[in-house]
Design a protein around this ligand. Structure first.
Ligand code: GAL
Length: 426
């Protein structure tokens, strides 16, 4: 390498220079340029349970009393959150999605829960959830109707925010269906954010603002972050590998736009965890858990906690993976490289540690080996001069000490992921 003054650098000087530039690059990436919604909430990604993907708009409590959207469903989930270790693992919010409402507002213009399915109303449900040490989430829509056709909040932002606060709600998922213009969409999302703040109750604000903007124009994420605690960018998750894959593809293709804006108080939301349902193989469930940790995604499970396999439960409650998701530095990870049907993703963590996920994209054949020089990981600083690597998924394994000149070899199942944690030796 030739310096500005034309002198050749020694190997040591070169390394020093590379290191200094890497540290500078890391620092510059870490500059918090986008102010977060100032409500003190979601300093780490929200963790909880949300009914939509698994239970959808099932309102037939006569035929299907155990899987209809009713207070009983949420009370049972709250009980299990506590008794089955979910709360201890960090899952805190029990969230109601669409289809909780009666088909009209009451005579005073207030939203009301369906009286048959929620005989005690939302306030009693909130009290119940709070008595378990958990928090309650609810759903509404910025437009004239919710996506399933229930009353929308357009023109009622202050009234509805006050209703939710009076009931003791702790999170609002605010959808974007039936909104007639981009102006109303942006204005509505902002107005509801301000209305929630005015109630002076702490209510996490979960938006779908960018998802509804993308078809028309590129969202202004700096602005969205000032109003929302998390925001959906992409279409609804389904219980299928195709769906999980498409979310990962979208997230990596758009990482230059979405990664840097995420941080304490405001997160990209790639939608619910569908682990423990019907559609994903074991390796695909591992991939979802690992990548949602790398992406600093809200961990909102949509499954049936009454019927979940021990294996899915262990994965969802994995404390090491959850610790990566909840890392206090709050920096979202990104795809580092894609080649030979492998993807390498990485995420900077606190204490100069890194998380690395290596995916085998092939959907044919058996496990494949992947080899990488550790010097390429963690912006060339993670393993310089050496690092300790622990494999966290699919099973926990200490891989030992790696010098910066060494290579790391992993074997990964088709559609699966190996999740690693890289630390500085103490
Ligand atoms: C969709 C939203 C889903 C779910 C559904 C309810 O637009 O993205 O997550 O909330 O509406 O109708």
């Amino acid at each position: 390498m030739i310096t500005m003054t034309g002198k050749l650098m020694s190997r040591g000087q070169r390394l020093g220079c590379v290191l200094a530039l890497s540290v500078l690059a890391l620092f510059l990436r870490g500059v918090p340029w986008a102010r977060a919604l100032d409500n003190g909430l979601a300093m780490t990604p929200t963790m909880g349970w949300l009914h939509w993907e698994r239970f959808m708009c099932n309102i037939d409590c006569k035929e299907e009393p155990d899987s209809c959207v009713s207070e009983q469903l949420f009370m049972q989930m709250a009980d299990l959150m506590v008794s089955d270790g979910w709360k201890d693992a960090g899952y805190q919010y029990i969230c109601i999605d669409d289809c909780w409402m009666a088909s009209t507002r009451d005579s005073n213009g207030n939203l009301q829960a369906d009286p048959m399915r929620f005989p005690g109303g939302i306030r009693r449900l909130a009290n119940y959830v709070h008595s378990k040490g958990l928090k309650l989430g609810i759903y509404a829509d910025v437009g004239n109707k919710t996506c399933a056709g229930y009353p929308g909040s357009f023109g009622y932002y202050d009234i509805d925010a006050k209703t939710f606060a009076d009931w003791g709600v702790d999170l609002l998922k605010f959808d974007g269906c039936y909104c007639d213009s981009l102006e109303h969409l942006a204005d509505g999302y902002k107005q509801m954010s301000l209305a929630l703040n005015r109630t002076s109750r702490s209510i996490v604000y979960s938006c779908e603002w960018p998802l509804y903007m993308w078809p028309f124009r590129k969202p202004n994420y700096t602005e969205i972050r000032q109003y929302c605690n998390h925001w959906r960018n992409f279409g609804d998750i389904f219980d299928s590998w195709q769906s999980v894959k498409s979310i990962l593809d979208w997230s990596s293709s758009n990482q230059d736009t979405i990664v840097d804006v995420a941080g304490p108080g405001g997160w990209n939301d790639p939608d619910m965890l569908v682990i423990g349902n019907y559609g994903l193989s074991w390796d695909q469930q591992v991939t979802q858990m690992a990548l949602w940790a790398i992406m600093a995604a809200p961990l909102l499970m949509s499954n049936d906690l009454r019927h979940i396999s021990p294996q899915a439960k262990v994965l969802l409650q994995n404390k090491y993976v959850i610790a990566i998701n909840q890392d206090p530095l709050g920096k979202q990870g990104y795809r580092l490289r894609k080649e030979d049907n492998f993807e390498v993703w990485e995420r900077p963590l606190s204490s100069l540690a890194w998380a690395v996920a290596i995916r085998n994209l092939l959907e044919i054949g058996g496990p494949r080996s992947h080899t990488i020089s550790v010097v390429f990981l963690g912006r060339s600083v993670a393993c310089n001069p050496a690092c300790l690597i622990t494999q966290l998924l699919p099973v926990k394994k200490e891989l030992g000490l790696f010098e910066w000149t060494s290579t790391l070899k992993t074997r990964i199942n088709p559609t699966g992921t190996v999740l690693l944690q890289i630390k500085k030796p103490s």
